[in-house]
Design a protein. Structure first.
Length: 177
């Protein structure tokens, strides 16, 4: 299986990307091919809502989203990786998802496998409620096959993250595919 991992942290060596790396190690150990798209540093503009794509055509914007769309077309699975920012996904990941509008029908028809990996400083029992609901709604809407979620709480720094069970959980999720 070919897996595209969409990292969205502005911190290349941050907690969410650490969890993504552990996920990819597990996936590669299971024989899968992984590719990373760094949305945190890509040139991606927000959706204009212009409708020129008709939800099934090229986007009028010419930026790095075209590269990601090509990666997604070759993939069997997408993994959304984000730090938790004010109880939601990073703006960098949100721009990517909003730009799915240009190929909404294609994505919906594929039944693509997905997973979500989140790293949050907070560890309150309600910390992940809203981002989890958003992701699960996205899965329902686009007919994604949710293969799992790693909701890393208490992962405010790389050192904190390494001291939790979440790196192992991310590895096991990748290996289980």
């Amino acid at each position: 299986m070919r897996i595209v991992v969409i990292e969205s942290s502005p911190h290349k060596k941050g907690s969410s990307n650490l969890l993504a790396e552990r996920f990819m190690e597990g996936a590669r150990a299971a024989g899968h091919e992984t590719a990373v798209f760094d949305a945190g540093h890509a040139r991606i503009a927000p959706c204009l809502g212009c409708g020129a794509c008709g939800m099934d055509g090229p986007c009028v914007q010419k930026d790095d989203m075209g590269k990601l769309r090509e990666e997604i077309a070759k993939a069997d699975m997408m993994v959304f990786v984000t730090p938790l920012y004010y109880f939601g996904m990073s703006a960098q990941l949100k721009k990517v998802i909003d730009r799915f509008y240009a190929f909404n029908g294609e994505l919906s028809a594929r039944g693509m496998k997905t997973a979500m990996i989140v790293a949050a400083w907070d560890s309150n029992d309600w910390t992940m409620k809203d981002i989890q609901a958003h992701y699960e709604t996205l899965c329902r809407y686009l007919h994604f096959d949710n293969r799992g979620e790693v909701l890393g709480m208490g992962c405010g720094s790389v050192a904190m993250t390494k001291a939790t069970a979440y790196p192992g959980e991310a590895y096991r999720l990748g290996k289980s595919l």
